[in-house]
Write a protein that binds this ligand. Sequence first.
Ligand code: FPP
Length: 234
Amino acid sequence: MEVSNIPKHIGFIMDGNGRWAKKRGMPRNFGHKQGAAVFKKTINWCREFGVRAATFYAFSTENWKRPEDEVKGIMNLLRQYIKDIRAMQKENVRFIFIGDLSRLDEDIRVELADIMETSRKNTEFIVGVALNYGGRAEIANAAKILAKKCVSGEISPDDISEELIEKNLYTSEFPPLDLVVRPSGEQRLSNFLIWQVAYAEFVFMDVLWPDFKKKDLEYAIKEFASRSRRFGGL
Ligand code: FPP
């Protein structure tokens, strides 16, 4: 692709799996299964295009409200993909799982903690996977950490700055978020990386996530590159 400013970090809201399955007369979990396959392909396309990091919204704090078999289906997909994740880890890819992981099943938690630890030094690409994630909860969590440090005397309230808050978000080790891609026709953020999007570009697309292709990613990156980002300057 002949584009000079490739986004360093892209956020993907993997939306439309349910509708994709319904259109085929299939259960919603069939859509999630296809969605997970696209998750894996998208990581590789991002790497090919020279993107440095991608964060995927896989499960929100609100998604527990879905029927039990759908929640189980998504968790089982995650179990299945742990093998693929381990394979990518060998290709110098780092994985960071963001969100309140304490509510996930123990076997998953143990695997995710191990993957994060063992891939910590990998430098070619960072994959973020948001699980039991909510942007407001993330900010509240950072506030709690800093409040505890104030109480213990480690910092003073006057030390609290944007930088310090940012350092206590789940994404502190990612490059700044440049672009958010949301397929499926919806134009909202749904509590995804709400702090990090302050200067990000948005590309909303009509394609459903399970149909998302390399050419769609290419379109989003070209769209990003064509926009003039001034960060409040001139
Ligand atoms: C939103 O589509 C999608 C989700 C809530 C789940 C996304 C999860 C995956 C793609 C699998 C995750 C697995 C791995 C390995 C990361 P929707 O169900 O809201 O679709 P709809 O709007 O058409 O109903």
